[in-house]
Design a protein. Structure first.
Length: 121
């Protein structure tokens, strides 16, 4: 049975790229455009991991991550951001419970490695 991940990002090209990338790696991806949609998708469906954009078109991805961690404490959440060089953001995400933190500028292979590190074996 393939692993299932939830990917929440408001940018369609990024959602499409990552969905295709992870599918080719044998991982099932469900994507959401907003925090609300991400929360709705986690009700009743088990995901092995979530990747959440920090800035969801005016919504706060860190708040979504905190909610997901409360509702699904065993599910790892990797924060994903296009912002570069903001060490305070990284520290805040980790302090609030993020299991990982990746920048959109990093190679897809690095994101894949981070996902693999947190998926149940």
């Amino acid at each position: 049975m393939p692993h299932r991940i939830l990917f929440v990002d408001d940018e369609a090209p990024i959602r499409e790229l990552l969905t295709l990338f992870f599918k080719k790696k044998g991982i099932e991806v469900t994507s959401a455009v907003s925090a609300r949609e991400g929360l709705e998708l986690t009700r009743g469906s088990g995901y092995d991991l979530a990747i959440v954009d920090v800035n969801l078109g005016g919504e706060n991805g860190l708040e979504l991550m905190a909610h997901l961690k409360r509702e699904h404490p065993a599910m790892p959440v990797i924060m994903f951001t296009g912002l570069t060089g903001d060490e305070n953001l990284l520290q805040e995400a980790l302090a609030r419970g993020a299991d990982g933190f990746m920048r959109k500028t990093e190679p897809l292979s690095a994101l894949y490695d981070e996902v693999q590190r947190h998926l149940p074996q």
